[in-house]
Design a protein around this ligand. Sequence first.
Ligand code: FES
Length: 181
Amino acid sequence: MPGNKTFNRRRLLTRIVQLFGVTGLGFLSYPFFKVLMPGLSEDGTLAVDYSELKIGQWKTVSWLGRRVIVYRRGLRWSSQPVSLKDPLSDRSIQPQFAKNTNRSHRDDVFIFFSNCTHLGCEVALQPEDPAAPIACPCHQSRFDGAGRVLEDAVAAANLEVPFYRPVSANSIRLERQSESS
Ligand code: FES
């Protein structure tokens, strides 16, 4: 029927225009994201330089809708014995390279998502407690220097570790690749 053909053609044209609109918006918005997040590549990877961090300091970067913390904990971070829920990270989320007691590529730097594994609040640094330098303000879950949750916390799992690669002595690149254990 001619009426139906016209209707279908109009729908097809509308879809094509919508598709071009969405694609164009993506291309147009990329430079704005680039300004907001210097180091963000088109493929979604983010370069993070942390050379300015001294021992005990951390910095937060926004990446793909989440916040990632780079914490220069120093080499002696694990000197405090504490009771942990998941000491070997068997029940926690991290890339394969971080499934160990350090949970990182480098002993002295720990990189993790900022959300508490209980209900997602942003964790905070509490350097006055070397046994548990990371804590959640919502329900007081505490984590050691590798984001491993202490036995008495309400959070059930260690803090999540993103996939990243070392790029130079003091920088990494966050990548989407999920190599979770
Ligand atoms: S959200 Fe962190 S302890 Fe509840």
